[in-house]
Design a protein around this ligand. Structure first.
Ligand code: CP
Length: 322
């Protein structure tokens, strides 16, 4: 008898936040992602005849192309609808769009602004919905990030990661949740205006309780990154928040990741960024393009992690385990 991996339990489910995944399911997805990465661009037929519908109300390079390339490599097909053509909230309700698209596609990837329409959409869809970024979460990025860390260190449990900058943004939230689930302790470096809530920190500790995970926020970036294994940052102003650019520049300038800050982390520390990056703002060019940077591995791993996710949502995974 074949023992199916924990990720097989994801078949038919939605992934809107990291909390939609159990720790064993996340670990299993990472293992699948590694297997798929080892198999490179091998043309597979596991998703033959399957269609992925992708809705992007905001710009995307990595997410859109990695999902489309992944579907191609797995033998399926992807269709992207962009910008105002999506029409959710203007031409029709999230529920109506979900009911219609469920009749065309086998899964739906949706990048949107507020999280609530995504939840409404997923509630009405009869096929799996994947959050491709909302104001609240970016789970696909977090899965790829952990894949990247795991391939560098061989493990996740017991590692320490620091997120520096806007610690309330979607990338920080999903990264922290995924890290805690996998046994990584997290520190945040942020001014009080961008600091995660105490309730969120407590939630991370609870998520990582089986591993004794800690979660702390500091206003001092040096204190937050001291001896950590990974330093992570993101742009200071998220898509859709452009009216806050000047405010964020002023508040976050002391949180730029530069060589001096990386020097406070462990000697073996990685630098990570979900991209796109603004050299000279949240990170210096020296760090971004330096030896500790794994940002392009992260970007590549979007492909492998999402292929694993698609296979888990759309198949019983026997095609990979046979
Ligand atoms: N990191 C990320 O989601 O990239 P895109 O916005 O280009 O999809």
């Amino acid at each position: 008898m074949i023992t199916l991996p924990a990720a097989a339990r994801l078949r038919g489910r939605n992934v809107l936040t990291v909390s939609d995944l159990g720790s064993d399911e996340l670990a299993s997805l990472l293992a699948l992602g590694t297997t798929l990465k080892e198999r490179g661009r091998e043309q597979m037929t596991l998703l033959r005849g399957k269609t992925l519908v992708m809705l992007f109300e905001k710009p995307s390079l990595r997410t859109r192309v990695s999902f489309e390339a992944g579907m191609t490599q797995l033998g399926g097909h992807a269709i992207a609808v962009n910008g105002s053509d999506v029409g959710i909230g203007t031409r029709e309700t999230p529920e109506d769009a979900a009911r219609v698209l469920s009749r065309y596609g086998d899964a739906i990837v949706y990048r949107t602004h507020a999280h609530e329409p995504l939840v409404r959409f997923a509630g009405a869809a009869t096929v799996p919905t994947i959050n491709a970024l909302s104001e609240a979460a970016h789970p696909c990025q977090a899965i790829a990030d952990l894949l990247t860390i795991r391939e560098r260190f061989g493990t996740l449990q017991g590692l320490r990661i620091a997120f520096v900058g806007d610690a309330r943004n979607n990338v920080a939230i999903s990264l922290a949740e995924a890290a805690a689930l996998c046994g990584m302790s997290i520190t945040f470096a942020a001014p009080v205006t961008h600091r995660p809530s105490d309730a969120f920190l407590a939630r991370l500790v609870k998520l990582g309780a089986p591993h004794g995970v800690t979660a702390r926020a500091f206003t001092s970036p040096i204190r937050a990154v001291r001896d950590v294994d990974v330093v992570y940052t993101d742009v200071w102003t998220s898509m859709g928040d452009e009216q806050f650019v000047e405010r964020n520049l002023a508040a976050l300038r002391p949180y730029q990741v530069d060589s001096a800050l990386m020097g406070a982390a462990a000697n073996h520390a990685l630098f990570m960024h979900c991209l796109p990056a603004h050299r000279g703002e949240e990170v210096t060019a020296e760090v971004m393009d330096g030896a500790q940077s794994v940002v392009f591995d992260q970007a590549e791993n979007r492909l492998h992690a999402q292929k694993a996710l698609l296979l888990a949502l759309l198949t019983d995974l026997r095609g990979l385990t046979d």
